[in-house]
Design a protein around this ligand. Structure first.
Ligand code: SF4
Ligand code: SF4
Length: 266
């Protein structure tokens, strides 16, 4: 049983957006939690929801997945309808075309966290701001009319899930150099199977701590979230954390992660 994600009362211009540009031009990065929710709701396999795309830049980025050695990272992204389409026309596989100028999400109730929070962000100061890369139609968003309390809850849930996803990935990646060489397709299948198991354990450990808005706030505090400008998971969740794991929630989540050491490909 997992805690439902709140739906803010008002998300400004999305309901009437004529472009759905975010669903065409962006390829949201997913967590294991996003994939688990969509898989349950739609009866899909993880690789029908997500793909691992070549990453760019910093090899140490917290969302990078190491598949074939330490020299190249892959990013876990929402699967586009046509991965070979030009970047600006790469529609999300779940975007429904209803009529000219009317495209709507086909999995709205189960959409990934980044789809829920875009184009806003939560800073340490707790201020909601439009993200610099916002691509919405002019005047689509009116922060004054947006349900900020509801949006904060979604942001905190997203931050908690991303923190745990990154802590799990750190364990997978730590074993990259020890993993036996294998065809990439086989490693990807092993990765998705491992991600499904570790995410299920984390969902079960986390659910009792997300029952109310106050509980979500407390869970975020225990995990030291949100944090500005630092995408690494807290040291207390890491494989080499010391005996002092901090708050009880942190110890519970770390114990859930510790149950899945099978990070070596077999
Ligand atoms: S986030 Fe922006 S681009 Fe995406 S549906 Fe909402 S208004 Fe349109
Ligand atoms: S899951 Fe829905 S909201 Fe997210 S990119 Fe796809 S169509 Fe858009």
């Amino acid at each position: 049983m997992t805690a439902p994600i709140p739906e803010p009362a008002h998300r400004s211009g999305c309901a009437t957006c004529a472009t759905s540009a975010c669903c065409v031009r962006l390829e949201p990065e997913l967590t294991g939690f996003d994939i688990a929710r969509l898989a349950r709701a739609r009866g899909l396999a993880a690789d029908e929801i997500a793909r691992l795309a070549p990453g760019h830049g910093d090899l140490a980025q917290a969302d990078g997945v190491l598949l074939d050695g330490p020299d190249r990272v892959w990013l876990l992204q929402l699967r586009p309808a046509d991965p070979r389409a030009p970047r600006a026309e790469r529609r999300c596989a779940f975007l429904l075309h209803l009529a000219p100028g009317v495209d709507r999400c086909g999995v709205y109730a189960h959409r990934p966290m980044l789809c829920r929070t875009f184009p806003t962000e939560l800073t340490v100061a707790g201020v909601m701001v439009a993200t610099p890369e916002a691509i919405c139609p002019p005047n689509a968003w009116d922060i004054a009319r947006t349900d900020l309390a509801g949006a904060r809850q979604v942001h905190l849930r997203a931050a908690i899930e991303r923190e745990l996803h990154r802590a799990a990935l750190a364990r997978w990646n730590a074993a990259a150099s020890e993993r036996e060489a294998a065809p990439r397709d086989a490693v990807i299948a092993a990765f998705f199977a491992w991600l499904e198991r570790v995410t299920a354990a984390l969902e079960a450990a986390l659910a009792p701590h997300l029952a109310t808005p106050a509980a979500v706030e407390a869970a975020a505090r225990d995990l030291d979230l949100p944090r500005d400008g630092d995408d690494r998971p807290a040291d207390a969740l890491g494989p080499s954390a010391g005996a002092d794991a901090g708050p009880a929630l942190v110890a519970t989540l770390r114990a859930a992660l510790d149950r899945f050491p099978e990070h070596r490909f077999r």
